[in-house]
Design a protein around this ligand. Sequence first.
Ligand SMILES: Nc1ncnc2c1ncn2[C@@H]1O[C@H](COP(=O)(O)OP(=O)(O)O)[C@@H](O)[C@H]1O
Ligand SMILES: O=P(O)(O)OC[C@H]1O[C@](O)(COP(=O)(O)O)[C@@H](O)[C@@H]1O
Length: 332
Amino acid sequence: MTKKVAVLTSGGDAPGMNACIRAIVLACERADYSVLGYMHGFNGLLHQEYRLLDGRSVHNLIQQGGTMLRSARCKEFEGREEAKRAADNLRQLEVDTLIIIGGDGSFRGAVHLSQFWEGQLLGLPGTIDNDIQGTDVTIGYHTAIETAVTSIDKVRDTADSFERIFLVEVMGRRAGFLGLNAALASAADYVILPELFESEEQTLEAIMQQLTKRRRERGDVSYIIVLAENLWPKGVNDLAEQLTKLTESEVKPVILGHVQRGGSPVSQDRLLATRLGAYAVSLVGSDISGIMIGECHGKPVKVPLPSTWQKRKPLDEFTVSTMESLMNNRYA
Ligand SMILES: Nc1ncnc2c1ncn2[C@@H]1O[C@H](COP(=O)(O)OP(=O)(O)O)[C@@H](O)[C@H]1O
Ligand SMILES: O=P(O)(O)OC[C@H]1O[C@](O)(COP(=O)(O)O)[C@@H](O)[C@@H]1O
């Protein structure tokens, strides 16, 4: 029997969401399922705002950043009445399977909806933060690292020319995956991450110790500190001011911001998005529901949605120890 599949993108958009939509649509077409896309995240479900999708609608899409279905944060959807309305809308359209591409917040939304809707619910991890437990990587994460690295490389050029200290703030909400990997890949000198943060005093002391030793050995050289957002209590400008006083040289803050969410997805994200999208469609019609499909060691995995947020995903130990020996503890 043919099936009706719906897909939506929710929460922070991530490069590769379009590639994932494309894979879902093509796999559905191949299986003879009809497919529709809800617009603007959960808002589309609430307001029955959708469009029918087919191979033509996803032509030339794989390389495009953003999401053709748009995304949103939809506070309203947290209400019971709203979730019931969304369930009624899904029933009215006779949707069998809803695929949600988003972060852990969107997966909470999926579980909330499952209290009122009996259809099949599948989640696919899409966020630049990579903060979803149960999958090695998330769609968008590799592109965001690349964007941050390219930007930090540029900061390095001017930092070198002026032998200046720069403080670069990267995204990640409350997770350090992006910061850690962007800092290591751009050969930054110090990185401040939520998972390793002890206190303001300890951080300032560690930076000063490292900088003093380095200045003694190598004279005035450029110095780049990468800071994860939402971490320094009074913000990046306050840290820059404190460091300016301590180092007696002007410390320039740079906030990379939403530029990290944009751009054409790198091939790792396109491939991950394509594999996960096609795999999700292969589960349509089975009794598997309420799970996220992720990837561990190159193989697809099915993770109950609550497990994606109940435990904090740890940073990779090997990467952390490499960072410590080459960056934060290099002069210790
Ligand atoms: N506890 C919840 N109950 C219902 N819906 C939720 C819940 N948490 C998040 N959502 C929905 O998921 C959306 C996306 O969540 P958010 O945390 O902003 O992004 P992400 O999915 O990228 O983590 C929210 O705007 C809201 O519509
Ligand atoms: O775009 P907004 O709403 O300002 O949100 C910013 C947040 O979104 C992100 O870019 C992505 O986070 P999510 O994927 O979890 O939504 C975070 O890194 C950042 O903290």
